[in-house]
Design a protein around this ligand. Structure first.
Ligand SMILES: [Mg+2]
Length: 126
């Protein structure tokens, strides 16, 4: 899908590469890269991405806290939360604050792109 503005949030550089490659191949614009939740909140304000891929476990500020702060700024922010084994409790909390899209690690770049396309299409009811 063309023109989707994506922010990638993860403390793993390898994840940024996997997601960015697939995103660009599908016509997305990667407008921001954040390596922790603190950067994510700041970059969300300045770049206003359409969609965010959000890691959970990160230094400085975790993905759940960052998601809360982003949703406080914009309750309609679209967040795809990337969970790992052992994150079940956090996923429950994330659902409680209104996050509805999740992807389990490990994933392929195209899994992320498919999930994002569904998130965007879901908005228009297609
Ligand atoms: Mg991490």
């Amino acid at each position: 899908m063309k023109g989707v503005k994506l922010m990638i949030v993860d403390d793993s550089p390898a994840i940024h590469v996997i997601i960015e490659r697939a995103a660009i191949a599908n016509g997305y614009e990667v407008c921001a890269h954040a390596k922790n939740g603190d950067e994510a909140v700041k970059l969300y304000e300045s770049t206003r991405p359409d969609v965010i891929t959000m890691d959970i476990t990160m230094p400085v500020k975790d993905g759940l806290t960052a998601s809360k702060e982003i949703l406080a700024q914009n309750p309609c922010a679209k967040i795809l939360m990337l969970s790992a084994m052992g994150d079940e409790e956090i996923v429950k909390e994330a659902k409680d604050i209104g996050i509805t899209h999740f992807m389990k690690k490990p994933f392929k770049g195209e899994d992320i792109v498919n999930a994002i396309n569904n998130m965007i299409l879901g908005e228009t009811g297609e």
